[in-house]
Design a protein around this ligand. Structure first.
Ligand SMILES: [Zn+2]
Length: 120
């Protein structure tokens, strides 16, 4: 099972570094704070000649990949809710769209704003 969203990729020529603290992130509802350090370096789009002043160039996929384990199969057979299945999947190490998106923001591939716009 695979879900995918496209987010805009930051222009590597003009993206701007900034520091985001946990406190600032805590205002975002349902933010998975536990997986974040005290403060994180993220990037803002700025805009230059190479990206027609948009701050973005191209798109990149954000993925959710669910490995169908025996537990998941059993739940599916029992007609468990999607929510319950997802809970088990996350416990078994599934990377959610949100996690993959935030990871790509941490890597400077896209911006937090873009991840929130498309996924959160
Ligand atoms: Zn640019």
């Amino acid at each position: 099972m695979l879900a995918q969203r496209l987010v805009r990729q930051l222009c590597p020529h003009c993206k701007e570094k900034y520091l985001k603290t946990r406190e600032e992130l805590s205002s975002i509802p349902d933010f998975p704070l536990e997986s974040w350090e005290k403060s994180v370096t993220l990037y803002h789009p700025r805009g230059c000649m190479r990206c027609s002043n948009t701050g973005y160039r191209g798109r990149v996929g954000v993925y959710e990949l669910l490995f169908i384990s025996e537990n998941i199969q059993r739940l599916a057979l029992q007609k468990a809710s999607t929510k319950d299945i997802k809970k088990v999947a996350v416990a078994e190490g599934m990377i959610t769209l949100r996690e993959d998106g935030l990871d790509k923001a941490k890597q400077g591939i896209t911006s937090l704003e873009e991840v929130m716009r498309v996924i959160l």
